[in-house]
Design a protein around this ligand. Structure first.
Ligand code: SF4
Length: 368
């Protein structure tokens, strides 16, 4: 009822009030992060209908990025001030637990200070099948190799009917939550996401929130909730109507009110644009997410927004909040409380490098 009928301004005001009550004397602050999303392969057996990033095994445009290239990108990210690496990729038919152990331990050996906030329940489900091990063993091993926390990707929409329609080969929403619950029990925290606007009903949107909230009541392992909007280009879900920006803002506000048990709520400037991202700070959000030195997955489906650190700081400040850089665990690293001390344009820009970059050392997997 709130989601559908509450006046937008009243809804935002209630959500903002809940945010201020939760953060107390820190309520003036809104945060951002510097990270890089590094894709290790676009080869995937799961063929989600909304995905513009993957290529089927054997496809001539399939690639695997070698470990040296991943390390080079980590080094670049660290030099630009990134604190976090988000490794994301397809469900490659050959990549079991061993692959991830090797990549994570190589990164941690060279860059012990970079936080590996990577993969998610879908990748764990996939690698455990490839290696023939339990979910518990897979998580324990990749954690030992260097994984710090799971990203919340792969949640899409957890409710069975719309999930089956857009990702028929992906694990069920219940299974996604089960894997996350196991991870939380093993000390690996995560975020939770929601890709809205692929044809789900309003009731299914709220059901998605309920499913996450019930798990959070048991584990407390979801650090934040990150709703974003489906991007409609270059994929197999033709003709779907995206969630409108007003629906998105209403979702942000309802999420703040509904998730009494999840501390942080992130606005997605990448998918809804910088101005709407800024508005989320008045609808209950306390965080604008990452500068994203690199992002290819959502961008390949049409997300065209770009930004940089100076601009995110400006957006937060002109929304009436004090900008602060955080780390993966939402600890404040730097408070930008004096505009005169703001970092100048220093190359900390989104999409610093793209997958089309000719410098990439790609290993063709087709027949290789
Ligand atoms: S969303 Fe992930 S699992 Fe689905 S097709 Fe794309 S890369 Fe594969």
């Amino acid at each position: 009822m709130l989601y559908r009928f509450a006046p937008l301004h009243a809804l935002g005001r209630a959500a903002d009030s809940a945010r201020r009550a939760r953060f107390g004397d820190q309520a003036a602050v809104a945060t951002y992060l510097i990270d890089r999303n590094i894709n290790y392969t676009n080869v995937c057996t799961t063929a989600c209908r909304f995905c513009a990033f993957y290529r089927a095994p054997g496809h001539e445009e399939g690639w695997v990025r070698d470990t040296d290239e991943i390390l080079r990108r980590c080094g670049e990210a660290q030099a630009l001030g990134a604190t976090q690496i988000m490794l994301q990729g397809g469900h490659h038919p050959d990549f079991g637990v061993e692959y991830y152990e090797n990549v994570f331990s190589a990164i941690k050996a060279d860059f012990p200070d970079l936080v590996l906030h990577s993969l998610g329940a879908s990748e764990v489900e996939h690698m455990s099948k490839i290696s023939g091990v339990t979910i518990e063993e897979a998580i324990t091993r990749i954690k030992a190799a260097g994984l710090d926390s799971f990203a919340g990707a792969g949640a899409e929409i957890l409710v069975e009917r719309p999930r089956t329609a857009i990702a028929p080969l992906k694990e069920s929403g219940e299974r996604w939550l089960e894997v996350m619950e196991i991870a939380h029990g093993l000390g690996v925290e995560s975020t939770a996401t929601f890709m809205m606007g692929t044809g789900e009903t309003n009731a299914e949107r709220i059901e998605h929130l309920r499913m996450i909230r019930d798990v959070q009541d048991r584990t407390g392992g979801f650090r934040s909730f990150i709703p974003w909007t489906y991007q409609p280009e270059n994929n197999h879900l033709k003709g779907r109507t995206q969630a409108s920006l007003v629906e998105y803002l209403r979702m942000v506000a309802v999420a703040r009110l509904f998730f009494d048990n999840i501390t942080h709520l992130q606005g997605s400037w990448l998918t809804v644009g910088k101005e709407v991202g800024q508005l989320t700070l008045h609808m209950g959000a306390d965080d604008l997410g990452s500068v994203m030195l690199e992002e290819n997955v959502v961008s390949s489906a049409g997300a065209k927004h770009r930004s940089n650190r100076a601009e995110l700081i400006h957006l937060i400040r002109t929304a009436g909040r004090v900008p602060a850089q955080r780390n993966t665990a939402y600890e404040i690293l730097t408070v930008h409380d004096d505009p005169a001390e703001d970092p100048v344009d220093d190359g900390v820009v989104s999409h610093y490098s793209s997958w089309a970059d000719e410098r990439l050392a790609l290993v063709e997997v087709n027949g290789a």
